[in-house]
Design a protein around this ligand. Structure first.
Ligand code: ATP
Ligand code: MG
Length: 773
């Protein structure tokens, strides 16, 4: 109505503006990386709130990680004021479903205090079932069973549904069905959901209880989904449920609600944004078809394309476009930018992963000295195992860094122990948690007692905690009986306080009564001191939680911990370099990016070779990595890489050949043959480091000669050394040993060596620092 510029539309290009302003019931925004999809979503929300088209509580926005949710909330708050944004649901699918399930779980036999099993928990449960059923004799491994269960849940196939699909004459299928059935029963009995359940059970809830569904269909007037290309079928179904027209039958008569012209209650509006070139979760059931078929599923959908990239330099975009152009079956789109050509991409080939890590550390120092803050630098890798070499060098170089993928802390045994106490306190039905802590710390409750308890639990209705309380009935010795009753008392007392006590109080109370930390501190095992510190750290985490959520109680804390997704970290990111997997990098951006290990078998990962569409998905992953960079991109690889004591020759990734040569400035040696032909196979080893002209700054604290000797030793070329089984050899690090077998051929021959003191190792003969005796 007036001509004043709208600050929420300021600086947007016409397509972005259209996307922010669109009034379509269903809007699909498809666009390449860095074109402003997430920004548009954020402004769209801000505009609806500012113009009072909706209340914050009527908006549900779904992001891929909790971190992304936090950022979006922050930005909306920044645009229109924190208060105006209060009450919005901005969260991951999982978090949104937990919120819904916490409110509604009692509708179908769970309590509000249900436990969320992470993948380790659910594997532990499946392992027990597989063992009980002796299913491994039929070739059903724990990972196969857990993978299949997860897949079925993502496809919304429950036990019933599966039983109708299988061939009843196939014993393996029948056995798997039995595992699936028991697993489901045990979860229900434990008042627990696994990760996939969070989504699937919410869908079932909505389908089974239309009046509950109607509640949420009415409540959310607008649903927005970021990274839509990575939704799986269950998530898609959830969106469908939430955006169905509300059935007036389920609306209480005295409720005032808006109706449309025809007197009906319109369904919630839906906005989804995505990029099929960034779909990297097919292995978790993500279904690209969700994007392709959006227009069919949501009639009258409006589709908006964004083509201008605002993130990266033209050089980086050219590389990204070239790489992704090798995937066929895609809708061609070409991103452009006005940022300018920028610097060339830096390539580096190291001798080993240590050499590569040293390059990364050196370059980071240079960037930092030239003014790039540490928190604008990220290092990506395909597998978690790659962090070790990086971390070693970073620590020695005193580079501030952190590893994103915060689950690590919660995977430690001592943390899982203490968390199991908290879970057992919050959810007395959870037998898995109770089993974990029965004899931790040691109190004389052995496996036989555990079995007796489990059997007694079955008699009492299935809950192990009831059996524990009734331990006297087992007729065991006074000492072990006393220990069980004591544990039951500690847990019951704590359970009685969870609605009133603060989380740190609950936790420290348990630690005192069980003497968990005291025992660690008294131990002579040097590792135990570190474990005690980790538990202290967990106490600190609860304090921080309580500060941020003064009203928060144990269940909220457990929910938060359970949902700490890959990209989340409890620390703040100021002033540190970020290390993360390529999967975690999605949606993020940094001034300078290092992609490490750009090698065959890592990128593409060797596992992908056997899967249909695997290499194409890996290429998308590489594309995601490249497009995170704003100004500078570094691609590095190592000629040899050792994992678990085995050294393998690494070959440059096929994807490197797909990047136009002139875009990359190879910083490594001319002798490696990489300068002109990135994908060329190179000879391994072949001489000493100095010949290649790359100078690395020596790690501080390492005498120059020792380091140099080591490097020389590591990359020596044994030429035509031929070994046969039975030969005795000497290795620089492992001493003497006997060759037990030779596998592989030519330069890839591997000797299996039984060392006299160092155990068995597999060595690449050509380059291993060995001599024949
Ligand atoms: P991805 O596919 O990686 O998730 P995206 O499409 O969500 O990327 P955004 O993260 O929203 O892209 O935007 C990329 C960068 O471009 C951000 O730094 C954002 O602030 C900036 N940006 C987006 N639109 C504009 C614009 N019109 N003018 C200036 N900068 C913009
Ligand atoms: Mg985005």
């Amino acid at each position: 109505s007036d001509d004043r510029p709208d600050p929420l539309l300021d600086g947007l290009n016409p397509q972005q503006r259209a996307a922010v302003e669109s009034r379509a019931q269903a809007l699909l925004i498809v666009a390449g990386a860095g074109s402003g999809k997430t920004s548009v979503l954020t402004r769209r929300i801000a505009r609806m709130l500012r113009d009072r088209e909706l209340w914050p509580s009527q908006i549900l926005a779904i992001t891929f990680t909790n971190k992304a949710a936090g950022e979006m909330r922050e930005r909306v708050g920044h645009l229109i004021g924190r208060d105006a944004a209060e009450g919005m649901w901005i969260s991951t699918f999982h978090s949104a479903c937990v919120r819904i399930l916490r409110r509604e779980a009692q509708q179908f036999g769970f309590t509000q205090a249900f436990t969320i099993y992470d993948s380790a928990d659910s594997r532990a449960l499946i392992k027990r079932i597989v063992k009980d059923l002796q299913a491994d004799t039929m070739g059903l491994t724990v990972s196969a069973a857990s993978g299949k269960i997860s897949k079925l849940k993502n496809e919304l196939v429950d036990v019933e549904g599966y039983s109708r699909q299988i061939n009843p004459n196939d014993p393996a299928e029948v056995m798997f069905l039995e595992i699936f059935r028991r697993y489901t029963q045990e979860l229900t009995r434990a008042n627990a959901f696994d990760f996939d359940d969070l989504i699937a059970q919410t869908v079932y809830l909505f389908r089974a209880f239309p009046q509950v569904a109607a509640l949420y269909q009415r409540r959310f007037r607008h649903v927005l989904v970021d990274e839509y290309q990575d939704t799986n079928h269950a998530q898609y179904a959830l969106i469908r449920e939430l955006t169905r027209p509300v059935d007036p039958v389920h609306v209480p008569a005295d409720t005032r609600i808006e109706t449309d012209a025809s007197g009906g209650i319109p369904s919630a509006a839906l906005t989804v944004v995505g990029d099929s070139d960034q779909s990297i979760y097919a292995f978790r059931g993500a279904d690209i078809r969700n994007i392709v078929e959006f227009e069919r599923d949501f009639s009258n959908a409006e589709v908006i394309l964004l083509e201008q990239n605002y993130r990266s330099t033209q050089t980086i975009l050219d590389a990204a476009n070239a790489v992704i152009g090798n995937n066929f079956d895609r809708i061609a789109k070409n991103l452009f930018t006005e940022v300018g050509a920028g610097e060339r991409i830096v390539g580096f080939t190291g001798y080993s992963q240590h050499d590569e890590a040293q390059f990364v550390a050196d370059e980071i120092q240079k960037l930092h000295e030239a003014g790039t803050p540490y928190n604008q630098i990220a290092v990506f890798y395909r597998t978690n195992a790659q962090t070790r070499a990086l971390e070693e060098i970073f620590i020695r170089s005193a580079l501030p860094y952190r590893v994103l993928g915060g689950t690590k802390f919660y995977e430690r045994a001592e943390i899982k122990d203490v968390m199991a106490y908290l879970i057992a306190v919050a959810n007395p039905a959870d037998g898995l948690a109770l089993r974990r802590i029965l004899n931790t710390p040691k109190r004389g409750i052995g496996p036989a007692t555990e079995t007796a308890l489990a059997m007694h639990a079955d008699e009492l209705g299935g809950v192990m905690r009831d059996a524990l309380r009734d331990a006297a009935a087992l007729g065991l010795g006074p000492k072990v009986t006393g220990a069980m009753l004591e544990l039951a008392r500690i847990l019951d007392e704590a359970t009685a306080t969870i609605d009133t006590a603060s989380v740190p109080d609950v936790l420290t109370g348990i630690l005192e009564k069980t003497k968990y930390v005291d025992l660690l501190r008294a131990s002579r095992d040097p590792q135990d001191e570190a474990r005690a510190e980790n538990v202290d750290e967990l106490v600190a985490v609860t304090r921080e939680f309580q500060r941020n959520n003064p009203e928060g109680r144990l269940i909220e804390f457990l929910t938060e911990v359970a949902l700490v997704a890959a990209a989340d970290d409890l620390d703040d990111s100021s002033g540190t370099v970020s290390l993360m997997t390529l999967h975690t990098a999605k949606g993020l951006e940094y001034d300078a990016v290092f992609i490490t290990g750009v090698e065959e078998n890592l990128l593409p990962h060797q596992m992908s070779a056997s899967e249909p569409g695997g290499p194409a998905e890996e290429r998308r992953l590489f594309y995601v990595g490249i497009t995170r960079a704003r100004q500078r991109l570094h691609l590095s690889l190592a000629m040899t890489r050792s994992t678990f004591g085995e050294t393998q020759v690494a070959a440059p990734s096929r994807y490197l050949q797909e990047i136009p040569t002139e875009l990359i400035d190879w910083r490594d040696s001319p002798g490696m043959g990489m300068r002109s032909s990135p994908g060329a196979q190179r000879a391994v080893g072949g001489g000493r480091r100095e010949e290649f002209g790359y100078k690395t700054s020596l790690p501080p604290g390492k005498p120059k000669t020792e380091w140099a000797n080591r490097v020389t030793a590591t990359v020596r070329d044994n030429g035509d050394l031929t070994l046969v089984a039975g030969d005795r050899i000497r290795h620089v690090d492992f001493g003497e040993g006997r060759v037990s077998a030779i596998t592989g051929q030519g330069p890839k021959s591997i000797a299996e060596v039984q060392f006299d003191t160092a155990g068995r190792k597999r060595l690449l003969i050509k380059i291993a620092p060995i001599e024949k005796l």
